[in-house]
Design a binder for this molecule. Sequence first.
Ligand SMILES: Cc1cc2nc3c(=O)[nH]c(=O)nc-3n(C[C@H](O)[C@H](O)[C@H](O)COP(=O)(O)OP(=O)(O)OC[C@H]3O[C@@H](n4cnc5c(N)ncnc54)[C@H](O)[C@@H]3O)c2cc1C
Length: 414
Amino acid sequence: MKRYNVFALAREAARYHSGWERAWASPQPKKHYDVIIVGAGGHGLATAYYLGKNFGITNVAVIEKGWLGGGNTGRNTTIIRSNYLQDPSAAIYEKSRSLYETMSQDLNYNVMFSPRGVIMLAQTEHEVRGYKRTAQANALQGVATEFIGPEKVKQLVPIIRLEGPRYPVLGGLWQARGGTARHDAVAWGYARACSDMGMDIIQKCEVTGVQQEGGRVTGVQTTKGDIGCNKLGVVVAGHSGVLADMAGFRLPLESVALQALVSEPIKPCMDVVVMANTVHGYMSQSDKGEMVIGGGTDAGNNYTQRGSFHHVEETVSALVETFPMISRLKMLRQWGGIVDVTGDRSPILSKTPVEGMFINAGWGTGGFKAIPGSGWAMAELMAKGHSPLTEEFSMFRFREGKFIDESVAAGVAH
Ligand SMILES: Cc1cc2nc3c(=O)[nH]c(=O)nc-3n(C[C@H](O)[C@H](O)[C@H](O)COP(=O)(O)OP(=O)(O)OC[C@H]3O[C@@H](n4cnc5c(N)ncnc54)[C@H](O)[C@@H]3O)c2cc1C
């Protein structure tokens, strides 16, 4: 595959961009692969990429029922941070954040990583205590965060109102190297690199069954026919329970819609990401000028990838308290994605009761930030049977009561 660089850009500009080749191939499935990954979201594609890059396993198919990146990966609000409380979480999220720093160079694809800084506002005494504790835990984990006072918050976010009607801003947990990236580009960059390694990305192909012999996975049934494999990785976010059901076991998670919306574009007014977890809302400004806004999950389980009006109303009215200027903004678009939430708000990267079948799920409302780290760890787990980054994230931890409680760090989107 030709590399993207300044010379290629100049050459194509001179010939009306007629010479760009397709970024990834669209092959028909082969009869058998060493590894099949179900789900061409960021996590599935990253898993395939690191299987090839770190372990030389390239006889791989990534099977996607829709279009690649069309699930949560292309629907999220792109917040990247690693300020989690528990050690196993900080390890995988910080690995991920650090991989984002060099992802554009690594993939030769501009993912527009923007480490603009993330503040999680503390608006109750309880949050002040919680975030101070997280900042101390992060210091021990080698994750650079700090608890800042209201004056520093105001300095970083001039449009904020510190003395809200219900909840004043008492400070915040600040991660200067957190930020955002372009979500589609992350999926596209990994897809292009996987295709370049000879992997098959098969879109519009739904997995409808998991084939087994003597308790071991042998392949999948799909809408394009049966496809055999030695190892199977299931990375389908909100549909993890559906795939587990096909294989004959249950997963300790539930699927709910999470919604987001964007405003009309306005002049640059906020160059950090702000999360207000007490009132349930968060906001950043895109490069186009739109305010990107999200809130909490829907109240009931569902598989509806749509927005709903009451959600816009609830989220915006909550945020207006802290950002009065957004009351005059028109909202342009809203949408939803199906996220898979576990009881302890931590992910599952695990072997399953079916030999040779692995599951990567439970990233809930906050898995975009984890894409490269999760792919790295999942590839290691699938290639070697174990990974230091996944040890604590087994699906069996719920049976054993070994929770990784991240409800403070991840209880609200993201
Ligand atoms: C509105 C919203 C805002 C969010 N904001 C953030 C944020 O700011 N920061 C953050 O870190 N995270 C955020 N998230 C969460 C994040 O988007 C997800 O955790 C992450 O994208 C999950 O990636 P994935 O690759 O596991 O799943 P997905 O991108 O959903 O990919 C799974 C794929 O599997 C496919 N699939 C399902 N069933 C089958 C089948 N039977 N056969 C074949 N293919 C199948 C689906 O079509 C889908 O493409 C947000 C999510 C939403 C919805």
